[in-house]
Ligand binder design. Structure first.
Ligand SMILES: NC(=O)c1ccc[n+]([C@@H]2O[C@H](COP(=O)([O-])OP(=O)(O)OC[C@H]3O[C@@H](n4cnc5c(N)ncnc54)[C@H](O)[C@@H]3O)[C@@H](O)[C@H]2O)c1
Ligand SMILES: [Zn+2]
Length: 363
């Protein structure tokens, strides 16, 4: 087991730990003084609970209430939050209760939000079970739900009491979800540590061996934590974490307008977004053509998509990026790569250059 300490908040007032290792769910009571809580609730979803819910509830000597919500992004809404509040109330949870969020980013974001608002806020712990939530969503204290058709419309910043990453949970995660999480790992390398990017890509299939995953999760949490610690409330530096996400998000949304079989997972869209934004970095005069090739080969070698299988009309992509003709003079600010392992944010780029990068990369 390895651990990382996070110091965050005004004058680094809040401190908590991230533990990474195998078999940690069974050891949860060793990490916290549970006797200081009046009641413990475990929140999970319909996919995760059958695999890992009993292990956690047993570890807590069956003294925890298990609350199971529907799986998936569609459930990340206020109706589910109300359901969680009601179940917490029925279980006798008061202000001195603890909520353990066992699941992917949806359970973490929603469960954290429900806990942060229940009786004006109770403690919560993140126990992320997807690679994406282990290296991204569970670190940084962003919580929230979707509303009015807008992703993460309602939310708060609030740090957990701790993050427990049990690498065993990845054994039940579908391979495609695992790979999707790897896109965020590669992003961490591209924006902060070029050697890390190259090392992870060099592992090939061995990347999914538990001992390698443990190291990768730790390093990625470290990178995300460094960035978040420097900029808890997203004033500046934290924007480098958005690398690949402007174009990636547009591609993700467009894919979701297609038949379900064509929907891209977040990390798959981010892989394409990183490539297009790396191309933009090249066109902007930052990275070399050889760097771009290195990035493309790395993503592809890991099994992430580097070509747009679905043909989206370039106009649709540009419109999603708000770079269409109607948005006159709309110069967007971009997070780009100044070099491999170094990102810059708030770079103003002319729409024509964005169009060129998309055309050249995906035509
Ligand atoms: N708070 C943040 O900083 C932050 C950062 C990135 C993403 N997010 C949010 O995270 C969410 C995406 O997270 P995600 O990709 O983990 O999605 P998710 O929670 O929907 O999990 C993906 C799927 O895998 C299933 N699953 C999870 N763990 C499993 C396991 N161990 N075994 C079997 N099945 C398992 C889930 O039930 C779900 O069907 C989005 O809502 C996004 O907005 C938040
Ligand atoms: Zn992402």
């Amino acid at each position: 087991m390895q651990q990382l300490e996070i110091n965050i908040g005004a004058a680094q007032a809040e401190t908590y730990k991230i533990w990474v290792g195998s078999g940690l769910i069974s050891k949860v009571p060793e990490f916290f003084d549970l006797s200081s809580y009046s009641r413990v609730a475990v929140l999970s979803d319909h996919n995760v609970a059958p695999h890992w819910g009993a292990t956690l509830v047993e570890a807590l000597s069956h003294r925890a209430e298990l609350i199971v919500i529907p799986a998936g992004e569609e459930a990340k809404n206020i109706t589910t939050v109300e359901l969680v509040w009601r179940r917490l109330l029925e279980a006798g949870c008061d202000r001195k209760s603890l909520v353990l969020n066992l699941g992917g980013g949806v359970v973490g974001d929603l469960g954290g939000f429900a806990a942060a608002s229940y009786m004006r806020g109770v403690d919560f712990v993140q126990i992320p079970t997807t690679l994406l939530s282990q290296v991204d969503a569970s670190v940084g204290g962003k919580l929230g739900i979707n509303s009015a058709g807008v992703k993460n419309l309602a939310g708060v910043f609030r740090q957990p009491r701790g993050v427990i990453i049990d690498t065993d949970t990845l054994s039940t995660l579908p391979k495609r979800e695992l790979l999707s999480g790897l896109a965020e790992v590669l992003k961490h390398g591209l924006i902060r540590d070029a050697d890390y990017f190259t090392q992870v890509c060099g592992l090939g299939e061995a990347v999914f061996e538990p001992k390698n995953l443990e190291q990768i999760i730790l390093r990625s949490c470290q990178i995300k934590a460094e960035v978040v610690q420097a900029d808890e409330l997203e004033g500046g530096l934290r924007k480098i974490l958005n690398f690949g996400h402007s174009i990636g998000h547009a591609i993700e949304i467009l894919s979701h307008a297609r038949l379900p079989a064509e929907h891209l997972l977040h990390g798959e869209a981010v892989s394409l977004g990183m490539l297009a934004e790396a191309k933009l970095s090249e066109l902007a005069g930052f990275i070399s053509a050889a760097d771009l090739d290195h990035i493309r080969a790395g993503l592809q070698g890991c099994g992430l998509p580097v070509t747009l299988k679905q043909r989206f009309a370039l106009e649709d992509l540009l419109a999603k990026l708000k770079l269409d003709k109607k948005n006159v003079g709309g110069v967007l600010k971009w997070t780009l790569l100044r070099a491999l392992g170094e990102a810059v944010f708030d770079v103003e780029i002319l729409p024509e250059l964005v169009e060129q990068s998309l055309r050249e990369e995906f035509a």
